[in-house]
Design a protein around this ligand. Structure first.
Ligand code: HEM
Length: 216
């Protein structure tokens, strides 16, 4: 059973890491192509909201790419300096792209329900990350880990959003309706899943290496 949990945990971690890095790299397609061609539905932001647009689409994929490495135990134990520097990059990228994401949420063309979902996500994303940082500074590493797991689950919303959108489109769902629902569904279940993990599985996972703790 212990071995089974460890294999599941490792598989889940590797899948999460690969998806995060792939979505991050794909998100930078605006660099060679330009926003208008790469993400046409975002182009309205170029008129008067370009700073927030570039701050978000430049910074958020960086946080997504860095995130899995922060939960890789080998790296953290063997190269603590790298963990600290990547941590600074992660937090800075979230502060910049989170504030920008909040600004974009006010300007989304997807309606107020989607805008509220994204806006609240931005606030909770910044708050969990800031709390994780504060506990690191106080050297309370148990709480630092728990809050950074909460932050990571929200960062991973970038992946779940695109997965759910892909599934919705495959089932020919109405785009507007699907997008509005997914603005919430991309992060609320992630946040709840981490709470369940922290409440019920962390003790076992921490000892046996199950779940994300495999990388701790
Ligand atoms: C977790 C907090 C996040 C919030 C609150 C947020 C918010 C937003 C908002 C409001 C938009 C505009 C949507 C619209 O107007 O329809 C947007 C677009 C975008 N976001 Fe985020 N975002 C977050 C995380 C991320 C992450 C981690 C990435 C990393 C890949 C990312 C990459 C992008 C990209 C590339 C776009 C342009 C849309 C597209 O992909 O075609 N965001 N985001």
């Amino acid at each position: 059973m212990e071995r089974f949990l460890r294999i599941c945990g490792r598989g889940g971690y590797v899948t999460m890491a690969v998806l995060s890095v792939v979505i991050s790299v794909v998100s930078y397609r605006f660099v060679p192509l330009g926003v208008t061609q790469a993400m046409e539905h975002m182009a309205h932001n170029l008129d008067g909201n370009a700073l927030a647009l570039y701050a978000h689409i430049g910074g958020a994929p960086l946080a997504l790419a860095v995130m899995p490495f922060q939960f890789w135990a080998g790296l953290r134990l063997r190269r603590p300096v790298v963990h600290r520097w990547l941590g600074r990059v992660y937090v800075a990228a979230i502060f910049v792209s989170g504030v920008a994401g909040l600004q974009l949420a006010f300007h989304t063309t997807a309606g107020s329900f989607a805008g509220t979902g994204f806006g609240l996500l931005a606030v909770v994303w910044i708050a969990t990350t800031a709390t994780g940082l504060a506990f690191a500074v106080r050297r309370d590493f148990a709480r630092h880990k728990a809050w950074m797991l909460r932050s990571a689950a929200l960062t991973f919303a970038a992946v779940t959003l695109r997965l759910y959108l892909g599934i919705a489109m495959a089932f020919d769902a109405d785009f507007e309706t699907a997008y509005s629902l997914i603005a919430w569904a991309c992060w609320v279940p992630n946040a709840l899943a981490v709470e369940v993990y922290l409440r019920f599985f962390r003790a076992a996972g921490g000892r046996h290496g199950a779940g994300i703790a495999v990388a701790n």
